[in-house]
Design a protein around this ligand. Sequence first.
Ligand code: ATP
Length: 784
Amino acid sequence: MVKETIRVYARVKPPGRRQPAGSYSIDNEEPLPSLEITVPRDLADGFINNKRESYRFKFQKIFNQEAKQDVIFDSIAKPVAECVLAGYNGTIFAYGQTGSGKTFTITGGAERYSDRGIIPRTLSYIFDQLQKDSSKVYTTHVSYLEIYNECGYDLLDPRHEASRMEDLPKVTIMEDSDQNIHLKNLSLQQATNEEEALNLLFLGDTNRMIAETPMNQASSRSHCIFTIHISSKEPGSATIRRSKMHLVDLAGSERVGKTGIGGHLLTEAKYINLSLHYLEQVIIALAEKNRSHIPYRNSMMTSVLRDSLGGNCMTTMIATLAMDKRNIDESISTCRFAQRVALIKNEAVLNEEIDPRLMIIQLKKEIQDLKDELVLVTGKQRTTELSQEELLQLDELIETFLKDNDPDSSLDVGADMRKIKYCFIHMKQIINHPMTSDKKLLSQDISEEKNSNEELEKLKGVLQQRDNEINILVTMLKKEKKKARDALSQLNATSAGSKVLEQSPSMSLEESQSPSRCFSLKEAKVFSSSVPRLPFLSRATGGKMSLGRQEAFEVFKRDHAESITIEDNKQLLKQRFDEAKRLGEKLNEVRNKINHLKGKIIQRQIQRAALAVSNPAEEQTFDPAEEKLRMQIEEEKKSYKIAYSRFKGLKVEIEHLQLLMEKVKMKLQKDFEIWWSEEAKKFQQEKPEMVASPNAATVYPQFIRSSQHLSPNSFSDTNRDSPYEDPAVKINSITSGNPTLKTRTPPSSSTSIPLTGDSQADADILAFIKARQNILQKKGLGNK
Ligand SMILES: Nc1ncnc2c1ncn2[C@@H]1O[C@H](COP(=O)(O)OP(=O)(O)OP(=O)(O)O)[C@@H](O)[C@H]1O
């Protein structure tokens, strides 16, 4: 058992660009570093009754704004992951106000590979370690739970395509008689390697993003718990170790009063703050000595994290702090909360249990072994029952023994438990029923015993039958599950395009040298299609876009802030592909070299064998030339291993980058959809007559309005080579399906636009014309 208090770390976020920085200092003194925050009196609005200007808080370690993600992982998450691998439970949770960097710390940023957060790095580390340890059999599962307004949602259910949060399967809490918490409906997905686990993480993150609407910025207002479940077993042992690691991104901790929100958002904020309030209550209760009742049951989040708080878990908290002046009072609240958490003691125990099925198998084997041994010693095969002849013999022996007055006489029936038992039963009969203890009674008893034995055998048979039925059902269930998994992976593979020509990480050098294992440019490039496209990606785009909408989207995309990220990542991907290509070539080269050297060795051995036949006197046992060749091979193998491990690292990085890009693209698409529909709404309000016209039933002619209604980022003047610069050319190509529009110059007012009567097509025509008009206006080309 490991007893220790919750470890509490602080991480300061880099300041916002236009935000005046608050005043604070970090003192990394031993044993506990401290953070001092200074609040000038004029700023201390929130602390009117407390005129203190300076606040000092102690932490296990404080990370300043320069701290990189790898340092955070190494210092905070790696030790927890090591405990989890050893069989203890572990939890890391991030607490802080909205925007203070909780998601950045736990999941990571969506821009750069180096921004990967604790979850992807932990997965990488854990799978790396599992691969290295061949002494045990490991099974790994992951689950991803979102808690929003006191309701739990499963983010990993492959059967549901979520477009709203309500579409996700609802998770409920159940408690068994031992007060253990069970989460009903939360799927546990098996992940056999890092890639599968990362895909699941992205599936969950995407479900989270898609389920979010502008009205429900659920990411800030929900709690998310990503859990890695590991079970391990030594071959042949009935003992299983099960441990889990919760990685928790809590909702923003800001106080309701200060945020000035109302209506629906207030309800949400109440729920969040209520659950964070209950978290605080649990923490206060735990920090108090001699408190018998801890109010875990008050909220779903505290129920789920029950073990992590004051229970069987090694828990770590990261207080995320935004030190801008306007956020300083919230940061002080976060630090105060952290100080209370630091008082909580947990008792982590090794989670070992005996698997009863394996135990039965083991015991059965032991019985069989003992029976075999007995046969060897006695030379007789034992049956469970004594024969009639043996029974009669025993009766005689007992009778003789009882009649014998010699005090030294003994009853010797040999080392046979069946006979010894029979003697005891017989004698008991004689003592209890001296008058009726004749053979008749005894034989009656024996027949009764026989009957009950038969009954027992019958019951055993029924039990065996039931066991078989259960086994058949379990097998069926497994098959069904496998089918579902296969269908899913087939879907992934189909959307991924080509199949990955992947080299198994555990593949030996010899295997890799077979001709079919040539590293080629194709193999390096195949990375690009190796990421199994997630089946849900298509749904964000809402199917195929029409031309006009596509045009508007292209412009929107170009000026969106994320486009820089996409471009950066594209560049980075290209670099990585080039490097992978180079490494592939190098690996081929080394492989060929090794084969060449091996060929030389064989040649030498043949020559020497021939020499030995013709001249036996000159036979040598040691050949320095061959030894040299072997050393060269060893050297080449070393460089092969180094290049191969870099190649493997590149693969992970490329896959991660591709997933990041997919995520960013989806975000872009989503932002566009939101913007598009908002514009439509505004237009409907401003020009109801157009909406009412039969030609424009559900038209979205939002772009007809003046450009100031457009989002400031959407159509900026940054695109010098915009295809829109030649209006005639563009309009012809875009509206080629509409002869009326084909020859027209862009209309200056909406009423002159001929519409087709098809609402979607009309919306697209209008959207295109307006987008184009806006750009022309901005470029000073309008109506020329
Ligand atoms: N240490 C950091 N280094 C660089 N950027 C950071 C850091 N911390 C946070 N950010 C950036 O700040 C922004 C807000 O961070 P993040 O989304 O992680 O906040 P949060 O606390 O999770 O907010 P919410 O409660 O709304 O989910 C993001 O754009 C993130 O990339």
